[in-house]
Design a protein. Structure first.
Length: 354
């Protein structure tokens, strides 16, 4: 990709290397797509003008509005090239984080086939026989994110937070700030740096109680080999419980639900994969839409399963494969620019017979 920014495009188009010609063609196609996206959103905004700021506005809305002139702002804050450049930046800024999250989702669903099946039932119910090209944000996104699809994505974000620590600071030239922990105020002087431990927050028993006791006995015992293994901490695949996001009661039974009224709304500050408040991630919705679309597209037509050793019995072989996958999500997880699994796990995708 870097060659696009250092070599003239006309030279790349004439290059004898196919990879160069392919790169410039992809860049051109992406540019066309971003311009179409910008024009489409401009039309939407012009039909429904926004007054002031709204919590429903997303990153794209704000960028488009910054590039539009008005009576109060005759000269746009951003030029057309700047708007397109910012769209490009935010599209790619979250690609690595989304890719790592998708890896975690794929591996964890391979370890939890019953949850994968429940999610696919919701996909079949919500999307029917429609193809991805017919799906839309307005029609499908909210329904998907309040179904088992959204529960799986949110639970993966809770357990396998891409950014495990969020740095914050008190402005050096600002006033003292105070945070309250268990009713006790803690004043912070200007210049203080605070690191919010996202992984610990997402596992705090006060906000995220252990629901294992409410599971059926066979479900508790089926994960005992992993739950009792110290190497599985802190990112234990056995803790994956997307049903907590759905109003599924305490039976531990997998159900198919899509009602947004029953979807879990975490306590403020207890679920912060994108941070919160005025310093929250601007690309939050952008990233979630990408992940939701990827999960829906993949699992609508395919299932994922662990590759087992044919030399062992079916059940023993599968349990062994599950332990290896679970270790890849715990002991095999490391942080560089984001949290990711660095171990190879043999899996296969099977086309669904719908």
């Amino acid at each position: 990709m870097g060659v696009i920014f250092v070599v003239p495009h006309w030279m790349l188009r004439m290059s004898p290397f196919g990879s160069h010609r392919h790169a410039v063609a992809c860049y051109s196609e992406l540019g066309s797509y971003m311009h179409q996206l910008k024009r489409a959103r401009q039309i939407t905004i012009s039909k429904t003008p926004v007054h002031g700021t709204s919590s429903d506005e997303d990153l794209l809305d704000l960028l488009i509005q910054a590039g539009i002139s008005s009576k109060d702002q005759p000269t746009p804050l951003l030029t057309n090239r700047q708007v397109i450049g910012q769209i490009f930046l935010f599209m790619f800024a979250g690609h690595e984080a989304n890719a790592n999250l998708l890896v975690s989702i794929i591996l964890i669903l391979a370890c939890h086939p019953e949850i994968q099946n429940a999610m696919q039932r919701d996909l079949d119910h919500l999307l029917g026989d429609t193809v991805p090209g017919a799906w839309s944000y307005d029609k499908n996104y909210s329904e998907l994110m309040h179904s088992t699809v959204g529960a799986v994505i949110n639970e993966a974000l809770r357990l396998f937070t891409v950014i495990p620590v969020l740095p914050k600071c008190v402005p050096p030239d600002g006033p003292w700030l105070s945070i309250t922990v268990k009713g006790q105020p803690h004043p912070l002087p200007p210049g203080t740096i605070a690191l919010s431990n996202t992984s610990a927050t997402h596992r705090h028993p006060e906000y995220w109680p252990d629901r294992i006791a409410g599971m059926a006995q066979h479900q508790r015992s089926s994960w005992s080999d992993i739950r009792n293994d110290a190497r599985q901490r802190p990112y234990a695949a056995a803790d994956f419980d997307p049903l907590r996001w759905l109003d599924a009661g305490s039976t531990g039974e997998t159900t198919t639900q899509s009602a947004s009224a029953n979807f879990l709304k975490p306590r403020a500050g207890s679920f912060i994969p994108f941070s919160e408040g005025s310093r929250g991630c601007l690309g939050r919705r952008f990233g979630l839409v990408q992940v939701c679309a990827s999960v829906a597209t993949l699992f609508k037509t395919h299932s994922v399963e662990l590759v087992t050793d044919p030399g062992n019995g079916d059940e023993d072989a599968w349990l062994k494969a599950r332990r290896c996958a679970a270790l890849a999500l715990s002991e095999g997880t490391q942080f560089d620019t984001s949290l990711r699994s660095v171990r190879d796990v043999p899996i296969r995708f099977i086309e669904r017979k719908i």
